[in-house]
Design a protein around this ligand. Structure first.
Ligand code: 6PG
Length: 257
């Protein structure tokens, strides 16, 4: 697979990570608004992004009325549920959320209905900027290892854009963008922190560089978009970042052999 997208890596200290990641995301948002007039932003769920969103919400130079908020996935729970990715983003963003247009995955509906409605709201246009996390098992969005639902098109009415998947951890039912839709994004940024992700991240990178991606996070290979990995030093501790052609910044940071 000679067209494997080789990852671009940016590593920050754990303390600096939320601010560094928010600054990079804000820069991309401003750039998209400048060139396209508005931005379709796909948010990641889980815990890693929350402090990043808090920092991002106070970025300067972003007209949040030009931001369309989408999600890469949602748990099959209502919007008030503390496990909801929508709930986390609403809490973290505050004002910018109220200014922008929010396209929530309605986890309170039956899962198939939520998926169909979200596919219709998402439409055919790719996301301009998609934020993703990675679980310790190598899942991303709600595409889990050994669960092919994310790589096969969903039922006809979602045209493969949105799938209902099963998580090994509760909430067991999830609604997720399909692998095909995730890979249609113009720019994908992974946000990954913590020593407990280091070994799995090294495995993901091995799969990418050896061109044998099998874990969902390794199968994020944007069709024509860019792929950036925003890591903290703990999550990156298992990587030989040079082999993934890291940015010069991380080359300089690479510990002397
Ligand atoms: C979710 C996310 C999921 C998350 C990873 C990492 O709904 O939980 O979409 O893919 O990004 O599980 O989660 P943490 O950031 O909490 O480690």
């Amino acid at each position: 697979m000679s067209d494997v997208v080789v990852p671009e890596i940016h590593v920050s200290g754990s303390e600096a990570f939320p601010g560094d990641a928010a600054a990079r995301i804000a820069e991309e948002i401003r750039g998209v608004i400048e060139t396209r007039g508005q931005v379709r932003l796909g948010l990641a769920g889980g815990s890693t992004p929350e402090p990043v969103y808090v920092e991002l919400a106070s970025s300067t130079g972003i007209d949040w009325t030009l931001v369309d908020f989408f999600w890469g996935d949602e748990r099959h729970v209502g919007p008030e549920d503390p496990q909801s990715n929508y709930q986390m983003a609403q809490r973290a963003f505050g004002g910018p959320f109220r200014a922008g247009r929010v396209f929530r995955i309605d986890g309170a509906l039956p899962a198939d209905d939520a998926a169909n409605n979200y596919a219709a709201a998402l439409g055919e246009q790719p996301l301009d900027l998609l934020l993703l996390g990675m679980g310790r098992d190598g899942h991303t969005a709600s595409l889990f290892p050994n669960d092919d639902s994310g790589s096969m098109p969903g039922s006809d009415d979602t045209e493969g854009r949105v799938v209902v998947t099963r998580s090994p951890e509760p909430p067991l039912t999830r609604i997720s963008l399909s692998l095909e839709t995730l890979n249609a994004a113009r720019l994908v940024m992974f946000l990954i922190v913590g020593a407990n992700k280091a070994a799995r991240l090294a495995e993901v990178f091995d799969q990418i560089v050896s061109e044998h991606p099998s874990l969902p996070a390794a199968r994020i290979q944007p069709k024509s978009g860019r792929l950036l990995w925003l890591l903290d030093t703990e999550a990156a501790s298992g990587l030989d970042v040079a082999s993934a052609r890291a940015t010069p910044r991380t080359q300089k940071d690479k510990p002397e052999r």
